[in-house]
Write a protein that binds this ligand. Structure first.
Ligand code: AMP
Ligand code: MG
Length: 424
């Protein structure tokens, strides 16, 4: 990565003092690499983990053509296309109990959902449209060949990958794997992420607050965000603004973790000594990103190419921490965890009912509440948008992502929203 970061710093449009959000995201995503190492485990334990090897389908799923409905299995060729067709009822096929007999011309078999389609039949007529008269049924015209039949292998084909490596295992995947009769899967090992807060004014929860101190909330939001992502977290606590303690924290972090997330200490007033320190310990770029909140950020590697850890140095303000995490860190960590392909966050456009103040030139991530108004989805901004007002994140259910080039937004104008639910 070292040389790559250097390479990027030579690119024409690279200005560390005014980097666009999309550019920063691209650089970060381009430089991080998936970790090595995997483990085998029972399917249920693998929920939320990343598949390390393709799961190959050993058989067709479903294994046989079967009925999608309760009704009657018929031979389509027997049916009249312009009038009723009477058929003789030859027996019944149940789910899990095959109808063994042959079905002759003019015959049909009563069939339940999931039952194997009897030999010679090819079409299911749903019971609701059929008139049953003892041993005889009457099928109206207008049926389609092959209707209501689930074909063998239509879900998964034998020999084909059912799920590709790189997939995050959600409930659907657990079920899909189970449908193959597979009990264990190979998943990537968990990504280890160390985190700490920097600041002389910070006080850990459980200690009485002294004059001029604030409780360290970032370690709690960062803990939550990393845990929800499925990382193994290593909490290194609050680190004082002194080179010696920060250096010690970085050394501990690199010896234990694949990535390090810090908060605070990257703003202009503080960057200087940290910058020197980081240059000594690894290779780190300091950025001023054209965004709000979350302007200052550091990104790079602490330690050497093979033994080091990727550093995400986030700003100190509590809202900025969350915004930069979701805009930059989340995707990068997913890539390191082995997720492939990395998919963009869902984003869509809805009318904004609030007026938004904004200067052109930088992207803004305001906190919004998506709501339904007479069936139409709209968004309103939460109240105060200061980067220290964490209650705005708690009230919000989405980011309102306003494009860099845009100025003030008038009520009723469309804006892009990124819903919080579904981030993972
Ligand atoms: P900094 O980026 O270190 O200059 O911090 C910017 C602002 O965020 C200051 O008001 C800090 O007190 C506040 N801050 C920094 N770290 C934390 C933290 N871990 N928890 C809560 N507030 C913080
Ligand atoms: Mg600070």
């Amino acid at each position: 990565m070292t040389s790559l970061l250097k390479q990027i710093s030579c690119a024409d449009d690279y200005d560390p003092d005014s980097l666009q959000v999309a550019q920063a995201r691209e650089i970060i995503l381009g430089l991080v690499e998936p970790i090595h190492g995997s483990e085998r485990m029972a399917v249920r334990k693998a929920l939320g983990r990343i598949l390390a090897e393709d799961v190959i389908s050993t058989a067709n799923v479903p294994g046989h053509d079967n009925s999608a409905m309760d009704g009657y299995a018929v031979r389509f060729a027997d049916l009249e296309d312009d009038r009723d067709t009477p058929l003789r009822l030859a027996g019944t096929a149940y789910a899990g109990r095959i109808y063994e007999g042959r079905v002759e011309a003019g015959e049909c078999v009563r069939i339940m959902t999931g039952a194997v389609i009897p030999g010679n039949t090819d079409t299911v007529v749903i019971q609701e449209v059929v008139r049953a008269e003892g041993e005889r049924i009457v099928v109206p015209p207008g049926q389609r060949r092959g209707q209501h039949v689930r074909l063998a292998g239509e879900d998964l084909r034998a020999g084909q990958p059912a799920i590709h490596a790189g997939k995050l295992l959600r409930p659907a995947e657990l079920g899909l794997i189970a449908s193959l009769g597979v009990a264990e899967v190979v998943v990537k090992r968990r990504l280890r992420v160390a985190f700490f807060s920097t600041g002389d004014e910070l006080c850990s929860v459980g200690t009485p607050l002294k004059e001029g101190e604030v409780y360290d909330s970032n370690r709690y939001t960062i803990f939550g965000m990393l845990t929800r992502l499925g990382c193994d977290v290593i909490d290194l606590g609050v680190i004082r603004d002194s080179p010696a303690s920060i250096e010690a924290a970085f050394r501990t972090a690199t010896s234990q973790a694949d990535a390090i997330v810090t908060s605070g200490g990257v703003s202009v007033g503080e960057a200087d000594f940290i910058r020197g320190l980081m240059e000594k310990l690894g290779e780190v770029a300091f950025w001023k990103i054209a965004m709000r909140p979350g302007r200052p950020m550091a990104f790079g590697r602490i330690g050497s190419e093979n033994t080091g850890a990727i550093l995400f140095g986030l700003p100190g303000n509590p809202v900025a921490v969350m915004v930069t995490f979701y805009q930059f860190v989340r995707e990068a960590l997913l890539k390191m965890m082995g997720v492939s392909p990395i998919e963009a966050l869902p984003q869509f456009r809805v009318p904004c009912v609030s007026a938004l103040k904004k200067r052109p030139g930088r992207g803004e991530f305001q906190r919004g509440v998506l709501f339904r108004d007479n069936g139409e989805w709209k968004v309103r901004a939460t109240g105060a948008q200061g980067s220290g007002i964490l209650s705005s994140m708690s009230e919000a259910n989405c980011f309102i992502a306003v494009e860099p080039e845009r100025g003030n937004v008038e009520p009723g104008e469309p804006v892009d929203v990124q819903p919080f639910e579904g981030l993972i």
